[in-house]
Design a binder for this molecule. Structure first.
Ligand code: SF4
Length: 154
């Protein structure tokens, strides 16, 4: 099935949206990856950048659990174990959706939802560690942030 998808992409120049919890498969198939938490994008990055150096703390924790084919890199990798349960999507935390489990949580995270904004060329992250505090009146949604719009157009 995966080979068929790749074949179709190559032969017909198709763009496909692949949704999976299998991060090794995503790495194999995708050029660009959106890491989601509680229904929101935590990080949107080119696949090679995300797997080499995830920026969002949730992406960092997720990818620390992926099997690393390079034994040298694997020996230096530290597994990040998240504590706590995933909140209900029907009743998410008031600020950052990840604030109840984030190992790097700060006070602002518990009350202000971070914008999804471009923090490096082609890389969008929703996290206060990168100064993504929304402007007054912003909902935190990608379409209201000018920096996001520039990032998505690339
Ligand atoms: S905004 Fe705060 S709680 Fe959310 S991922 Fe960033 S550091 Fe963690």
């Amino acid at each position: 099935m995966v080979n068929l998808l790749e074949d179709l992409q190559d032969r017909l120049g198709l763009t496909s949206l692949f949704i999976s919890h299998d991060l090794s498969m995503v790495r194999h198939l995708a050029d660009r990856v959106a890491v989601m938490y509680l229904g929101r994008i935590a990080e949107l990055s080119p696949s090679r950048d995300l797997y080499a150096r995830p920026l969002h703390p949730y992406a960092e924790a997720l990818l620390s659990a992926v099997n690393e084919p390079d034994p040298v890199a694997a020996a230096h990798r530290k597994r990040i174990i998240l504590k706590g349960d995933v909140p209900s999507p029907a009743n998410p935390p008031q600020g950052c959706s990840f604030c109840t489990r984030c190992p790097r949580v700060m006070d602002v995270c518990r009350s202000v939802k971070p914008d999804l904004a471009e923090v490096e060329p082609g890389r969008l992250v929703a996290c206060h560690l990168y100064g993504n505090t929304p402007a007054a009146g912003s909902t935190g949604a990608p379409e209201v942030n000018e920096r996001n719009q520039q990032g998505v157009r690339q």
